[in-house]
Design a protein around this ligand. Sequence first.
Ligand code: S3P
Length: 179
Amino acid sequence: MDSGRRIRNLALVGFMGTGKSSVGRLVARHLRFAFIDSDVLIEARLERSIGEIFVEKGEAWFRTYERALVKEFEGYQETVLSTGGGLAASEGNLASLKRHALVICLWASPETIWRRVRRRSHRPLLQVPDPLARIRVLLSERERYYRQADVLINTEWRSAQQVAQQVIHQFRLIGGVGG
Ligand code: S3P
């Protein structure tokens, strides 16, 4: 681990449907950390759903807003940050998160992701005729970013509790505090 880093938070990155929010909530409870979900925070501040923001302002605007939020996170402590699926793929965001957080990427195959998200209609990027194909394309475009996380955890065949245990284990390994 780079000695210039001051790890005091935990950040979960990864594609939609990999369980970042459910796992993040469990980990935060266990470590007695605060829990922040970047999408929920953005929706609360703008009083709009992510879908409405994409329609009214566009994706590029949303990414700029996300980047500003990531800068703000640098001042946080003892917080589990669950991030929107595209956040880690925006230039500079991973480097910023790594300054203060252990960055863990949750992974799943396109088929598993589609099985998990298909009944939820709120994700603007999946409002296309062939969402599974879209997931495959986006995932392959983002893979090089996700792979720069400190730890990659495969969530296939694992419950949110099992994934949360692994996340906590990794955090303790690097000497993270809490709980
Ligand atoms: C996005 C993922 C969503 C949300 C927005 C864009 C993406 O978050 O930020 O719809 O680009 O993958 P979740 O990963 O929580 O679904």
